[in-house]
Design a protein around this ligand. Structure first.
Ligand SMILES: NC(=O)c1ccc[n+]([C@@H]2O[C@H](COP(=O)([O-])OP(=O)(O)OC[C@H]3O[C@@H](n4cnc5c(N)ncnc54)[C@H](O)[C@@H]3O)[C@@H](O)[C@H]2O)c1
Length: 478
């Protein structure tokens, strides 16, 4: 495969190895991999209680407009600001809020690319939510924390190792939380399997697998039909298509990695040591560009470019000797897959279909599986489901509008002054896989060290993710 040198090739000395270093975004990974001294430990830290969580929302595209509804569905949340460079997106979120919810009268911000700064500068906001394209997340998060706001960002928190470090350092110096939304940690079987692992069901955890396999190319015509009345928006997203050019690696690791990371106690009992990563070639994206550019000239500039290979496989080794395999493929026609497998010295869980085994003799029957897992549904899931039942909110049209346990617990922790289920160290670690995997992929699968964003405190940090919900759980759905 061609490497586009103009975009990202640079050479730095790596001692005797003399390797070519390609970091995708300009990181000097050799220098950034080392641990830095921690200034304040945000793990286990509960910020002062907020009875009401006043929120500024930045980016109300597909995901952000759904989050407006999800957050408005939680007790104690007041949405104070809506910001997007596209004014009509702000207006439709405003209209929906006014029509379906009470107690919100947000101000709109759409003047220019920097209007989000005004939102962060307001003194009557506690939490900034970010759902813009990836390259803005760290900049906005850091600015928000420096203006005394907690942060809830969509994945990833940063696109370079240096950005990840800066987010961690800013969170520590400001003592502001930085939460990266990774609903997969609470969704589906994840919380139950985590609970089983904590009760020792799988024994010593040996290996885990998590993926982002999600066909964004072939499964839906809307992926490529531009909506000319909506700033040429199309299902794949214009900015996201660009992200897939001239890059090769795991561009979206967190959904699959989050649950595995929590089961392995990464950042609180274990840590990642190093990873290797290899990508296949591209077998679909370039063909797709040729196909759709014949219909829509908008896509002509994408013809002949280098696209991310279909399948990236990254393998991580932890300090305690566990391995993790992550895969990323968003352009092959195949069913989706996220948190996929956890294997210990007493048993194994595997997804799609969900199954459990304790020996080489075969999987438990469906009945046995259901009986077993029902026993381990954790209190966090039971409590959230009960709150949802009591609120009787019904099913929303769009999945992104359906309030999740993850959103609920974030707001609940802020309102009760509790540590977050996923903290800034998780956000940085899970995001860092992208630039590290890009580097390894560009260097024929060479091994690269994973930074320890906890500055060594992983050895003494207490477990995160309170699935037993020993504190809090008091926030209702409305
Ligand atoms: N957790 C999940 O399940 C999930 C699902 C979908 C998307 N996401 C994440 O959400 C984020 C947004 O993705 P999306 O699919 O909604 O994209 P999108 O393109 O639909 O929305 C992004 C919005 O950001 C706005 N924007 C761009 N620059 C801005 C600026 N300077 N100031 C204010 N607004 C600006 C755009 O106008 C757009 O409305 C991404 O990080 C994506 O990875 C997460």
């Amino acid at each position: 495969m061609k490497i586009n040198r103009k975009h990202f090739l640079k050479v730095i000395g790596l001692g005797t190895t003399g390797m070519i270093v390609n970091d995708g975004r300009g990181d000097n990974l050799a220098a950034l991999a080392d641990s830095r001294a921690q200034q304040f430990n945000m793990h286990g830290y509960g910020a002062p209680k907020l009875d009401k969580v006043r929120v500024g929302i930045i980016g109300v595209g597909e995901r952000g407009s759904g989050t407006v509804v999800r957050l408005a569905s939680l007790q104690g949340v007041e949405i104070k600001a809506l910001c997007d460079v596209v004014p009509h997106r702000v207006k439709s979120s405003y209209d929906l809020l006014s029509k379906e919810f009470s107690g919100h009268n947000p101000q709109s911000y759409s003047d220019n690319q920097q209007s989000w700064k005004q939102v962060c500068e307001r003194e009557d906001i506690d939490l900034i939510y970010i759902a813009t394209p990836w390259n803005l997340h760290a900049t906005i998060a850091i600015y928000a924390m420096k203006h005394d706001k907690h942060v809830y960002t969509e994945l990833p928190v940063g696109v370079t190792i240096e950005e990840c470090w800066k987010v961690v350092e800013t969170s520590e110096t400001t003592r502001k939380h930085c939460f990266m939304g990774c609903g997969s940690c609470h969704d589906g079987m994840s919380a139950t399997i985590l609970n089983m692992a904590r009760h020792g069901y799988f024994g010593e955890i040996i290996h885990g697998e998590g993926h982002y396999i999600h066909d964004r190319v072939s499964n839906n015509q809307q992926r490529w039909q531009r909506d000319k009345n909506n700033n040429n928006w199309f299902g794949y997203r214009p900015w996201r298509l660009q992200e897939n050019v001239n890059r090769n690696g795991n561009l979206y690791p967190a959904h699959g990695l989050g649950p595995v990371s929590q089961i392995m106690d990464l950042n609180y009992g274990d840590k990642m040591n190093y990873l290797v990563s290899i990508s296949s070639g591209d077998f679909t994206m370039s063909h797709k560009m040729e196909e759709i550019s014949a219909i829509d000239e908008y896509f002509k500039p994408y013809v002949g470019l280098d696209f991310r290979g279909n399948m990236n496989t990254t393998i991580i080794r932890t300090q305690r000797g566990r391995t993790i395999m992550l895969q990323h493929d968003i352009s092959s026609p195949r069913p989706g897959l996220r948190f996929d497998m956890i294997s210990g010295n007493k048993g194994i869980y595997k997804a799609r279909p969900d199954r459990i085994a304790n020996s080489h003799d075969g999987w438990l029957s469906e009945g046995e599986f259901n009986q077993l897992t029902e026993k381990y549904v954790p209190e966090i899931t039971r409590k959230f489901n009960e709150k949802r039942r009591l609120a009787n909110t019904g099913q929303r049209n769009r999945g992104y509008e359906q309030v999740t346990a993850s959103d609920w617990r974030l707001i609940d922790c802020l309102r009760n002054g509790l540590p977050l289920e996923m903290d800034v160290y998780d956000a940085a670690l899970w995001s860092a896989i992208t630039p590290l995997s890009e580097w390894s992929t560009a260097n024929q699968g060479a091994s690269i060290k994973v930074p320890d964003f906890t500055g060594g405190s992983w050895e003494t940090n207490k477990r995160g993710m309170d699935v037993a919900i020993q504190s809090g759980g008091t926030t209702n759905l409305v």
